[in-house]
Ligand binder design. Structure first.
Ligand code: BG6
Length: 492
């Protein structure tokens, strides 16, 4: 059972069992997150990480690879002492398939720690989630203290996600299920709630009376890396919009819950998802754009096209998507929400921009344009909040003014290493706090809306607009369609 101390929440007596234990996510995110929590003293020596692999593991190679991803707080490789400590916490166990016989080694290991809480982390293709749950159940490895963490994608359609859920809930109750969306663990994303609900300044201005439009952009310079098979079946819409961008949209648009408590927050997010205006065959053509990257130059390096990257020359999968949508409720009537994301863009750059309306009347004699106020919440690469406001240029003579940013840079203000999203989310799982995890009905509402887009694309046979790798996406072509919005906030 996890235990808490008063000044510092510390956790002990748990096993994290990672299915897909030799996968990319485990090496890049899960093990480093636990390592950091160990370095910070939040988890003590009473825990185990059990990496489950399907193939017979090469222990030495596994350890070398794990170590290569572990960095200290100041970004240096883990020291021998730190590694030696963490190494003793990792067990490597083979389970070739989700069948009782193959789970015997895991079972014997877990039985050796009868007082520990078991957290099963499913980082495999989601088709395996049901069979793994069933096998864990039939082996008697699930009890009321167990939890399960599900990595995305949870299926590739509404029907398949429901199917997975039905299978999972035969073994676990909803209160034991943690559907992870790592964007919700990012520090700036969490600050969104504090910014909105702890500052009176924005209370009366967060609506259609004061806001002109909201833009959410997640631009990546990376391509599809080693994940061609997965990505080609998902595309930007399912890989990024269905989860990360919609979750950001929910936090920006939801009503204040009366308390920050898991179901209260999730109830409010669900209302937003349900109020999203569904697309039709006609609106999908005017209000969405899908694109695919061609060869180009990203930050000085020549890169190949998407088709070359995946080695499949007839793929119609989109690597860029832009969507204009509306939330049909009192607060957001007629306020467009623009969602954009793409791979192989010019830079890694993610932000939420709240564009306030222009001032009603310019009283200054020069009549120079008064820019509208913008609240910019930068998620990455740096984590920062800026409020762009008009300011008088100092000096005698008439009024001259220009937009200046009031900015809060997290690193300057807090001077601390910001924990990675997975660190916080894993600690929340141990703590038993589901606030930052998606509930099944949220997922269902997200899929219902997403399917109006996939259906619309199918019916209208919407083509990909090609864009050169290393650019901000298919902006010019979109302009020709008569909608200028797409290039509005892509910046150099
Ligand atoms: C993942 C997507 O969920 O998020 C990836 O599957 C994407 O395709 C990644 O690259 C982006 O995460 P981050 O935290 O680097 O913005």
């Amino acid at each position: 059972m996890s235990k808490k101390s008063t000044e510092h929440e510390k956790f002990s007596n748990f096993n994290v069992v990672v299915f897909g234990g030799d996968g990319d996510l485990a090496f890049r995110k899960i093990y480093p997150a636990l390592f950091h929590r160990m370095l910070d003293g939040q988890i003590d020596e009473h825990f185990n990480v059990i990496a489950i692999t399907r193939k017979a593991p090469d222990e030495k190679a596994f350890q070398e690879k794990t170590r290569s991803f572990l960095l200290t707080q100041d970004g240096k490789p883990a020291t021998d002492g730190q590694w030696d400590k963490f190494k003793t916490k990792i067990a490597l166990i083979r389970a070739e398939k989700p069948e009782a016989d193959a789970f015997q080694d895991l079972k014997s290991f877990l039985l050796g720690y009868p007082d520990y809480e078991n957290i099963f982390y499913f980082s495999t293709p989601s088709a395996a989630f049901g069979p793994i749950s069933q096998t864990l159940k039939s082996c008697g490895l699930i009890n009321e203290k167990s939890k399960v963490v599900l990595e995305k994608p949870l299926g590739n359609s509404l029907a398949s996600s429901q199917q997975i859920n039905t299978e999972i809930t035969k073994a676990f109750d909803e209160h034991q299920v943690y559907r992870i969306d790592h964007y919700l663990g990012k520090e700036t994303v969490q600050n969104l709630m504090v910014l909105r609900f702890a500052n009176n300044l924005f209370q009366r201005t967060w609506d259609s009376i004061s806001i002109d439009n909201i833009q959410i952009t997640v631009s990546e310079s990376l391509g599809v890396e080693q994940r061609a098979d997965y990505y080609d079946q998902s595309g930007a819409l399912l890989d990024m919009v269905q989860n990360h961008l919609l979750q950001l949209l929910c936090l920006v648009a939801m009503e204040p819950p009366h308390i920050i408590e898991a179901d209260e927050v999730r109830n409010e997010k669900l209302k937003v998802l349900k109020a999203l205006r569904p697309f039709t065959k006609a609106t999908v053509q005017t209000d969405t754009v899908k694109g695919q990257y061609t060869r180009g130059n990203v930050q000085g390096a020549e890169v190949s096209s998407y088709l070359e990257d995946i080695g499949k020359y007839n793929s119609k999968t989109e690597t860029f998507v832009a969507i204009k949508t509306f939330i049909d409720n009192f607060r957001w009537k007629n306020v467009p929400f623009y969602l954009r994301t793409g791979k192989r863009m010019k830079k890694r750059y993610s932000e939420i921009v709240i564009n306030f309306k222009e001032i009603a009347h310019n009283i200054f004699p020069s009549k120079e344009k008064l820019n509208n106020n913008k609240l910019i919440i930068r998620l990455q690469p740096e984590e920062r909040i800026e409020l762009i406001q008009m300011t008088k240029v100092p000096g005698p003579g008439g009024y001259r003014y220009k937009p200046i940013a009031l900015s809060l840079d997290y690193m300057d203000s807090f001077k601390e290493r910001l924990p990675e999203a997975y660190e916080r989310l894993l600690m929340d799982v141990i703590r038993g706090n589901q606030t930052l995890f998606m509930r099944q009905d949220e997922l269902q509402a997200a899929w219902t809306w997403i399917e109006t887009i996939t259906e619309g694309w199918k019916q209208s046979n919407q083509p990909n607009v090609l864009y050169e790798a290393g650019t901000w996406g298919p902006g010019d072509l979109v302009l020709e369609k008569g909608t200028t919005w797409i290039t509005k906030s892509w910046k150099d």
